[in-house]
Design a protein around this ligand. Sequence first.
Ligand code: BMA
Length: 330
Amino acid sequence: MSNTIIGENLPHIPWEARPSDCNDVIWRFSANPILGWNPIPKAARIYNSAVIPFGDGFAGVFRADQKNGRATLFSGRSKDAINWEFDPDPIEWVDENGAPNPTSYSYDPRVLKLEGQYYINWCDDLRGASIGMGTTKDFKTFIRMSNPLMPFNRNGVLFPRQINGKYMLLSRPSDSGHTPFGDIFISESPDLVHWGRHKFVMGSGGNGWWQGLKIGAGPVPIETTEGWLLFYHGVVGTCNGFVYSVGAVILDIDDPSKVLYRTRDYILTPEKPYETTGFVPNVAFPCANLYDAETGRIAIYYGAADTYTAVAFTQVDELLDYIKNNSEVF
Ligand code: BMA
């Protein structure tokens, strides 16, 4: 029992106890990766994807790189959030009147439920990378809304409820390429259309090199009695390219621009063959989490090596204690 997560009881989320030989605060699913090369005819790789409870099972929006190399989003469904069935074709976005509203590429989706419907954020093309925002009620019809922020920007993540009467969106301003910098900012909106009052939340750097180059928000924040629990990715530049690891922060519940605690060390880094080897080696990129409020169990979904989809587990009380006791806020 845990009373720490403020949210739904979802006893059917994937779960596996920590292996007896593991002392880490996060542990990997023994059947990782759950998706491998060429998972469906139209996709070479499905990774960096978002899943959410839906009906009596789960739904998801998946980053699928097609065989021409272009990133697109596909809709999928599952009974157990491990075995997925995907639509054969990418999501066809429409506008509010049902007219086609396509985008030339889309990647790294996040999905959340907000006020009775589902919202999707992703990296969209607004003459260069920017934040996309869309909504669906049934994971069949997807309405593409206006882009909340100007290019260039990535890693847009909405909060799952209004805070002080405003919608809140994390983002990571960037450049048009493989950005060699990046800090997390927050913006607010009265209506999910007009965004402003931008504030800095947290930057790359600190004593640990693993997050020295850039950082970006990961899955939708989880509301807890200690604050908003947010997983994020931290990047270091090496002589062989970028390495993406996972950290976590606790943000103030009423003012999430305030960082209360932040992991000094990474809590997951590419170690397993499916994380160190693939289309882009050495990437662990979290985009979704499922939780069960009653037990405090959390399943984290992350893309591995821009090729695979993998799952890791943690227990909220242990994780929050770990973050508090191993924190470096800068
Ligand atoms: C980032 C994004 C992610 C990707 C990562 C590593 O800029 O494109 O989708 O996982 O690079 O290639």
